[in-house]
Design a protein. Structure first.
Length: 202
């Protein structure tokens, strides 16, 4: 990154420990600044990666962050060795080993880790357990199969009601969004609407 770090970026990297908020446009160097700040605090003895929690929004971002931190640690260690700063080099090499123990992951992955490791802490307001200790997360294929099954169950019920003359609106829906041979178009529409509704913030 040309001209990195700028004066403003360097000020963030060296800012004393505490809560700070950095707001900047995409591609402006936020990840590089965060990486630099992490290395700076490690060298100052203010943090260890085995106690770090670094959250991102995507898996790609978390992988990129871990890769950049590892590279920065190696470069800083090499520089410390060339400058004869043995104590600093030892700290940086140790943190390179600790990197695998750091929580550098998406918000969802960290929440999943919390629930998997402390399921007994997930309680409702009355103190009742909300999940089983052996719960599992459905993979994408299983989710699709269960959703398709749910649609089939709904449509089967509506077909029964329509056959009994109790749901004429459903027959109109079929006329508009299905062919005489298949209701595949209607099923696709239901899936699309469900996906869209899930993408809305509220």
């Amino acid at each position: 990154m040309s001209g990195f770090p700028s004066a403003a970026q360097q000020a963030i990297i060296e800012e004393s420990k505490g809560n700070i908020l950095v707001s900047a446009a995409a591609g402006s160097g936020k990840t590089a600044v965060m990486t630099g700040r992490i290395i700076d605090r490690i060298v100052k003895g203010e943090m260890s990666l085995q106690h770090a929690l670094i959250l991102t929004f995507t898996n790609a971002a978390s992988e990129s962050m871990e890769r950049k931190i590892r590279q920065a640690l190696k470069e800083a260690s090499k520089e410390a060795r060339l400058n004869g700063e043995e104590d600093k080099r030892v700290i940086l090499d140790r943190e390179n080993l600790n990197l695998q123990r750091a929580h550098i992951q998406t918000i969802h992955a960290f929440c999943l880790w919390l629930i998997q490791n402390f399921p007994y802490e997930v309680l409702d307001e009355d103190g009742n357990h909300l999940i089983d200790a052996d719960f599992q997360i459905m993979d994408e294929q299983t989710t699709k199969e269960l959703f398709a099954l749910a649609i089939s169950e709904i449509l089967d019920e509506e077909y029964k009601l329509a056959k009994a003359g109790e749901n004429p609106l459903f027959l109109k829906l079929l006329d508009n969004y299905s062919s005489s041979r298949s209701d595949r178009q209607l099923r696709g529409l239901m899936t699309s609407v469900h996906t869209y509704l899930r993408s809305l913030p509220n």
